[in-house]
Design a binder for this molecule. Structure first.
Ligand code: ATP
Ligand code: MG
Length: 206
């Protein structure tokens, strides 16, 4: 396969508890801005950063929400590798598994601005830097350092910052909305709202 024919794949990982428009707008706009063939929404099995705090919704439910949300959305896919692998989810394992199956793909990790300060604690970050580019998107409430400061935070990465529509929405807020009976409409795609209702998710949070 020639260099130009390589498939360009975006990896957008998250807990997606639940998925919301902030995730989808980011995925669609990162795909367009970078000319990616596909963006994979990688649903974490056990997000190690979040273990020990609140109970995370079972992975199968979070996966069903993402599936319902992206159905019919061109170029956006669900990836259940981390759930099938089980245990704690590390991006490096997912990246290496994807590259084993399809060695010619070019991978780009997509993260929101709030994730940037945590990147240094990711497992095998040096290997990730060898295998993937990085795209950072703006997120309301999370200041993104500029210029030299950002370059220092992201030392070792081939990175790019892209601007996406700023949507002040978070899964934390949506769980609270659901638990207190406030509307989820237009913050979460309709299909995923139906899954929440059918499975009785987020009603017991308080
Ligand atoms: P929680 O409040 O439970 O942490 P969250 O809304 O932050 O949920 P995550 O699943 O933690 O969602 O995030 C997955 C990825 O999506 C992260 O890279 C995060 O920065 C990004 N992201 C989440 N919400 C937005 C948003 N509104 N705009 C841009 N990026 C977002
Ligand atoms: Mg988060």
């Amino acid at each position: 396969m020639s260099k130009s024919a390589e498939r360009r794949v975006g990896i957008f990982g998250g807990t997606f508890d639940p998925i919301h428009v902030g995730h989808l707008v980011t995925a669609v706009n990162a795909r367009a801005a970078l000319g990616l063939d596909v963006v994979k929404l990688v649903v974490a099995n056990e997000p190690w950063q979040k273990v020990g705090g609140r109970a995370v919704t079972p992975a199968a439910d979070r996966l069903a929400l993402v599936e319902a949300a992206v159905s019919g959305c061109e170029g956006i896919e669900v990836c259940d590798l981390e759930i099938r692998r089980g245990g704690s989810s590390y991006t490096i394992d997912t990246v290496e598994e994807l590259l084993r199956v399809e060695p010619d793909i070019e991978l780009t990790l997509i993260v929101g601005a709030d994730v940037v300060p945590n990147l240094t604690s990711w497992r095998s970050v040096d290997r990730l830097q060898q295998s993937c580019g990085l795209v950072v998107v703006n997120r309301p409430g999370s200041r993104l350092a500029g210029g030299q400061e950002l370059a220092e935070q992201l030392a070792g990465w081939r990175y790019e910052v892209i601007e996406v529509p700023a949507l002040e929405v978070s899964s934390t807020d949506l769980r609270d909305r659901a638990a207190t009976g406030r509307p989820l409409d237009f913050l979460i795609p309709e299909g995923a709202i139906r899954v929440i209702a059918e499975r009785g998710l987020y009603a017991q949070d308080r």
